[in-house]
Design a protein around this ligand. Sequence first.
Ligand SMILES: O=C(O)CCC(=O)C(=O)O
Length: 264
Amino acid sequence: MPKKSLRRLNQQLQSLKTDGYCILADVLDAAEVKAARRALIYAAVESKRRGVPTYVQGLDPNEENVRVFNLLDLDPIFRKLILQPQAIALVQALIGEHFLISNFTANIAMPGSESMAIHADQAIVIPEPWLQPWAINIIWCLDDVYPDNGATLYLPGSHHVARISELPRDMKSAMVPFEASAGSMIAMDGRLWHTSGENVTRDQERALLFGYYTAGFIRPQVNWNASLSAHTLDTLDARLFDFLGLGATANLRQSSVILDSEDR
Ligand SMILES: O=C(O)CCC(=O)C(=O)O
């Protein structure tokens, strides 16, 4: 990696460690944002056609949050985005070289959408105590994101919370929004507690993609063998195949922790 990129990556990693997140502006140009957004709208329609609802009761308070699951199966643009080099560099820098792609979904907060339950993504896949970053979200902003259109709200410093009992009582009032322009990438430590904001605009949508990556020993949220179509599986890029844990030796890569008999 060129020195300049390495220096930048180290600064981003530092922010992730200190603040629990970092924001990279202009990672996607306007044409890329437009193409990804168009693909997302088609993906929502196709997902519904396949019988997967875009509203899940219990996940969001109302139907104005449009959820699109299984993005990797719905358009090649998402298979490219999940491998975006700056995203992968940050994932590996925070949670280690051997990670798995756990999920890739979208949440379009339409006008009138309300906040979902406050959560931390690492807490969903692994029990407490959460002592290390073993999960990271890469959030792709396909619209400008600001408080009124439902910017994601996060609880500052909560990536240092190791147990549920350490969480403050009234979390919502202490939460602050991520603000970012379309084309930005927000990297968020999986331990940071957050929720979707409320979209109180009359007509401004807020489309975000959530690429979720976890340490290689954590079972992915999605069973990719079951969720990807035969066509997608047959045509997967070799690296993506590996990062999805689809290889026969999916969980044998943590070799650094295997001791030689001489080490004992
Ligand atoms: O849409 C958002 O702002 C947050 C979504 C989220 O945290 C989730 O889907 O787990």
